[in-house]
Design a protein. Sequence first.
Length: 152
Amino acid sequence: MGEFDLDTLVLDVVRKHTSQPAAAASSRFDEDLGLSENGRKTLFSFTVEAFTARGLNLPARGFYQSHFLACETPGDVQEAIRAALSGAKRKAAAMGTLPAKPAPAAPVAPVTSVAPKNESTQREENRVAKSKSKPKVAAKKKTPARKGRGGR
């Protein structure tokens, strides 16, 4: 694995794929470089490709697309990649992601008891429901078959 400068590599990828030769570590992806979320996803792919060409697999080292998308600037990306490559325990904020907040507890609906129906009431309801469920269609009348035309 050859030596390379991580900061320069990230900035070179950003400059090449955004067509912004003046892009700096403090340039914001959205406002300054005009990248949408899909553009940032593509930029992540090119960044991973550049590191893979130099013998470093970023996803295998714990740097994923979600980390990249959480970064505001190329400088944030550089710090997050540096933290991933160091292999040391890192804070979630340094990697560009914050731990998920626990979901609030859902309110529990009070249980109400329903008086059981007697058997005859249940049968009556079923009979009424069946009669209402399917409207009856009148059967088509069949026309008598015509016999041959001959013999008039």
